[in-house]
Design a protein around this ligand. Structure first.
Ligand code: NAD
Ligand code: DAU
Length: 366
């Protein structure tokens, strides 16, 4: 093999988390390229999440931090990937409000270090390999800020206006990715997606939190008036979009990925309770809705996200397959069947998190 070329391998970070693992499950077994996983296994990363693919012959798992340039360089030189996809991040807005520093470390410093390792590796590739190599950054619609009820959805040219420490850290990472392309010529593509839901999502986020709290007989905490709007997408649709951008996206461009799933939080929780009432009714015959508690709002809470995936659909032929109703049903069924996974991932200090996060919010009426 030409030592200045790459192999049929991709390096993917953050694969023991929710979306990275969905990407790995979709990739391994369907694509010829071997997938090398790099994940630090933080509180949000679990090998049980990667279990379906962990011992597949086309998958290699490495525990490590994207900030560790020695390790990343070693992996790049050993496996010589044709692409690097960066899913690794601190991803929960509420955690970024209570403690922003790790968000800056992983999302900003980590992305910069990864880009530096990629730059050194890419500089050593021959011309053809340099042209065909891709660095893909997984970003979010939160970098675009918040919308009023009548604003049009975010497009790829919506100006950045991040409002939470999490969103600001992701925006900073996006700017680094852009600069490494403009200044050093690294062939990058970026994706921006709305709120994901589906199997294997850590139960701190709205949908899995509400399912697991409902089943455990706990409170269903709604921030503020519950009228904040999010644009929901089933995770498998998101990772299909990422694969399309990787294969067909134009270098230097960003692509929005959305599921046409705009709805307010209270509706999400009501729909979820109605489905649970049908699938696993409470023993006392009451609806899970009686567990709803309105609590103090999130500081700086973005009122509405809506994302237009028009460019991605038009240019790459991708479109979401699930509706919010069909995806939510699948998700609830998955959580009902996978209580063991939920207990396992809650091991890493989840109870402490619930106390730190929710005890300070004054409970209001149901
Ligand atoms: P997650 O929190 O479920 O998983 C993050 C993963 O990254 C974990 O496995 C964790 O161990 C790993 N990780 C964290 N710090 C690391 C480090 N320093 N080095 C290596 N690994 C590290 O997150 P997710 O919801 O799967 O999100 C994945 C990506 O998608 C993130 O970049 C996020 O910003 C982006 N995104 C998420 C959503 C969403 O709705 N969840 C929407 C749009 C974009
Ligand atoms: O839009 C994409 C983003 O979606 C991703 O970049 C983030 O990584 C991901 O976490 C998600 O961010 P949100 O803050 O929108 O997701 P979260 O599930 O935390 O909250 C969804 C909405 O529900 C939000 O308006 C806050 C509200 N909420 C959340 C929790 C955890 C509640 O009302 N109660 C809760 O207990």
């Amino acid at each position: 093999m030409d030592k200045n070329s790459f192999t049929d391998t991709i390096l993917v970070t953050g694969t023991a988390g929710f979306i990275g693992s969905a990407f790995a499950r979709k990739w391994v077994g369907h694509e010829s390229a071997t997938l090398v996983s790099l994940d630090a296994l933080t509180y949000a990363g679990h090998l049980s999440t990667l279990l379906p693919v962990i011992s597949h012959e086309k998958h290699v798992f490495v525990q490590g931090d994207i900030c560790d340039q020695t390790k990343v360089t070693e992996l790049l030189n050993k496996y010589r990937p044709k692409a690097v996809l960066n899913f690794a991040a601190e991803s929960h807005v509420d955690r970024s409000i209570l403690g922003p520093e790790t968000f800056i470390q992983t999302n900003v410093v980590g992305t910069m270090r990864l880009l530096e390792c990629v730059r050194a590796y890419w500089n050593g590739l021959n011309e053809d390999a340099q042209r065909d190599f891709r660095y893909l950054q997984v970003s979010t619609d939160e970098v675009y800020g918040t919308l009023t009820p009548t604003d049009p959805p975010f497009t790829e040219s919506t100006p950045y206006a991040p409002n939470s420490p999490y969103a600001a850290s992701k925006a900073a990472a996006d700017h680094l990715v852009r600069a490494w392309h403009e200044t050093y010529g690294i062939p990058v593509v970026s994706t921006h997606c709305g709120n994901n839901y589906g199997p294997y999502q850590f139960p701190e986020k709205l949908i899995p939190l509400m399912i697991t709290q409902a089943l455990a007989g706990g409170d269903l905490p709604i921030y503020g008036d519950g009228m904040q709007v999010r644009d929901w997408i089933y995770v498998d649709d998101h990772v299909a979009g990422i694969a399309a951008v990787l294969k067909k996206g134009t270098v230097g461009e960003r692509y929005n990925i959305g599921g046409f799933g705009e709805t307010h939080n209270l509706n999400v929780v009501h729909t979820l309770c109605n489905t649970l009432d049908e699938l696993q009714p409470r023993k006392d015959g009451l609806s899970y809705k009686t567990q709803i508690k309105f609590v103090k709002d999130r500081p700086g809470h973005d009122r509405r996200y809506a994302i237009s995936p028009e460019k991605t659909t038009r240019d790459l032929g991708w479109k979401p397959l699930e509706t919010f109703d069909s995806g939510l049903k699948k998700t609830i069924a998955w959580y009902l069947a996978n209580g063991e996974w939920v207990s396992k991932v809650k091991d890493k200090g989840f109870k402490d998190w619930l106390e730190a996060q929710y005890a300070q919010r004054v409970a209001g009426q149901a």
